[in-house]
Design a binder for this molecule. Structure first.
Ligand code: PGA
Length: 251
């Protein structure tokens, strides 16, 4: 299966010029069998796609679920698609926490993305409590996947494909990633859930990636886990040198 490296820039940088500078220093090409997906702030998306179109694949960090209308501040899947996005991150823990997004909201967004022909990058994962108790994380991941994908058929999902990112909240931005074996265990848990819901063929062909304080060394360890198909990179994706190290590991 292909490997994915998703660069999630979050609310950075402040200027279009800086965005271009970061991308200029990114790897010139992705390793064979891997795809680099850059998710800059929406306001810079169209510009950087124009400048660096064929070097990378493109995504957005979130979307609204309606196509158009009186929704002040909303950005629709169609608008993102027309700006060059192929992927959209949904259900990131920062959206779940800071914007109080529920599984119901995430479900609406995934449906809207598929309708627009964009592939969702669905983030799941729990906090410290879930880390300590195996049963808790099993139930939590099962509940998030069930509710986020409620009413979404296999044939609908097959149209766009989907990437699932396991992102433990305690590892995001802390400099303390999950261990490779733990991330591998959770990837297996996610795959089992997908298998039950959509069958073995789909679950085997769905990329499962890890996110949370990814840098070169942990990426190298995680690469040894056959169930992990890449990384969602936050902080390190703003540093082209560190990001290049992560990309190189997937060679
Ligand atoms: P981080 O962020 O790499 O800075 O921990 C990952 C994410 O939140 O997507």
């Amino acid at each position: 299966m292909k490997n994915y490296i998703i660069a999630n820039w979050k609310l950075n940088p402040a200027t279009y010029k800086q965005s271009k500078r970061i991308l200029r220093d990114y790897p010139k090409t992705a390793p064979l069998g891997a795809e680099i997906v850059v998710c800059p702030p929406d306001v810079f998306l169209k510009g950087v796609v124009g400048q660096f179109k064929n070097r990378f694949h493109w995504g957005a960090q979130d979307c609204f679920w309606e196509d158009r209308g009186a929704y002040t501040g909303g950005v629709s899947p169609a608008e993102l698609k027309n700006s060059g996005a192929e992927y959209v991150i949904v259900g990131h823990s920062e959206r779940r926490e800071v914007w109080s997004e529920t599984d119901e909201i995430i479900n609406k967004k995934i449906k809207a993305l598929i309708k627009a022909g964009l592939a969702p990058i669905l983030c799941v994962g729990g906090g410290m409590e879930a880390r300590k108790r195996k049963l808790k994380i099993t139930l939590l991941i099962g509940r998030q996947l069930n509710n986020d994908l409620k009413g979404i058929s296999l044939s609908a999902l097959k149209k766009t494909g989907m990437i699932i990112a396991y992102e433990p909240v305690w590892a995001i931005g802390t400099g303390r990633p999950a261990s490779a074996s733990y991330a591998g265990e959770i990837a297996e848990l996610i795959r089992k859930n997908l298998d039950k819901k959509y069958g073995a063929k789909f679950s085997k062909s769905t990329p499962l990636i890890y996110g949370g304080s990814v840098t070169g060394p942990i990426a190298a360890e995680m690469k040894q886990q056959p169930g992990i198909n890449g990384f969602l990179v936050g902080g390190a994706s703003l540093n082209p040198k560190e990001f290049s190290k992560i990309v190189k590991i997937l060679k």
